[in-house]
Design a binder for this molecule. Sequence first.
Ligand SMILES: Cc1cc2nc3c(=O)[nH]c(=O)nc-3n(C[C@H](O)[C@H](O)[C@H](O)COP(=O)(O)OP(=O)(O)OC[C@H]3O[C@@H](n4cnc5c(N)ncnc54)[C@H](O)[C@@H]3O)c2cc1C
Length: 396
Amino acid sequence: MDPSTKVVIIGGGVMGAATASFLGSRFGIQATVLERDASYARASSALSVCAIRQQFSTEINIRISQQSLAFYREIGRLLAVGNDRPNIGLVEPGYLYLATDAGAQVLTENQALQTRCGAVVALLSPAELGERFPWLSTEQIAVGSLGLSSPMSGEGWFDGYSALQAFRQHAIAQGARFVEAEAVDFDTHAGAVRSVITQQGERIAADAVVIAAGAWSSPLAAALGVDLPVRARKRDVFALQASGPLPGCPLVIDPSGFWFRPDGNTGQFLCGSPPRSADLDDVPLEQVDRGLFDEWLWPRLAERVPQFDALRVTGAWAGYYEYNTFDQNGLVGRLPGTDNVFVAAGFSGHGLQQAPAVGLGMAELIATGGYQSLDLSPLHLERLSDNAPLLERNII
Ligand SMILES: Cc1cc2nc3c(=O)[nH]c(=O)nc-3n(C[C@H](O)[C@H](O)[C@H](O)COP(=O)(O)OP(=O)(O)OC[C@H]3O[C@@H](n4cnc5c(N)ncnc54)[C@H](O)[C@@H]3O)c2cc1C
């Protein structure tokens, strides 16, 4: 594709910014990124828990995370702008999935697939768990799976807002233009979009368009006649101060659905779970369900980690999962029925860790017509009309 090609990306979150960065660095294409809120106040990328793991149940998600982890480990060098080397504070204390008898077989099957894909994930008995993590109650636990790649576990967390800004600054250094504007409609001709229309009525000419608008992607696809099953589903996160740190604590996922992880090493933790009631669309982010912690999470946290019997909630926030109601996996590729519109949305709680691989794949697809480094075609959008869900069992 000619470097003068006009690529318009709608949404300047981590997906849009990563796509713009790779379009510039790999193909010399200077994209225009429409981002309606440069403060990113409601963007998922700024409200995330920012963890990365290899423990998925589908090969494509494992491969994406492996490629993305390699990128994030080197992000300071790969996205340096002049002498400015971004630091996203990546740490790798691992992920620990716990299962009761009911979930043990699935965990074991997942571990076998992860091992075939080259991830080092160990299955640990309750006795082994107790030895490694003396602060953990193994009551009702049949088995745990723990990332143990060497020298680092291959699983951990980082600062998502810094990753977003690193991609954004790098994209701008490659010539991308971030414009504060909201896309509302399109001019189309013979199956192709010719321009993107903004709220202010401006028309921005486009040879190719990327819908990377996170939880707000489906109205844009609807304007092109496609029902994209991506909805804004609120997730609450609670910040805790415990009486002290838990040595070697990874990100722990309990069989009942809650998770917790350290936030630094002075006894602060983050925790959360899916909502207590039906998972409704567009619940305002201001409505953090405080009762979720007091009535549901805390008792379970204290059962799993007796030390959590005494703790203090120091803060709480909510963000939207850009939730794919069809199969909870990213929708990546060409928008069916259009010639020049692409989508990267619907990552349902695992998009931040997938941004490097998806951003690169998206840039390759736009610039060359196909994937060059990692084949992302299992995430294609035709699976919607084929009614062929890509089922990922490890959704948090
Ligand atoms: C509480 C929480 C915890 C999470 N934990 C993890 C985790 O541990 N690991 C992980 O990998 N992922 C996690 N995620 C998911 C991850 O944050 C998202 O998958 C990722 O940030 C999605 O990036 P995005 O760029 O697609 O969307 P966003 O970051 O939401 O960016 C989309 C942007 O598009 C803009 N926009 C929308 N509509 C328009 C329009 N019409 N015109 C112009 N601009 C528009 C918005 O303003 C927004 O800035 C979590 C998410 C939440 C909410």
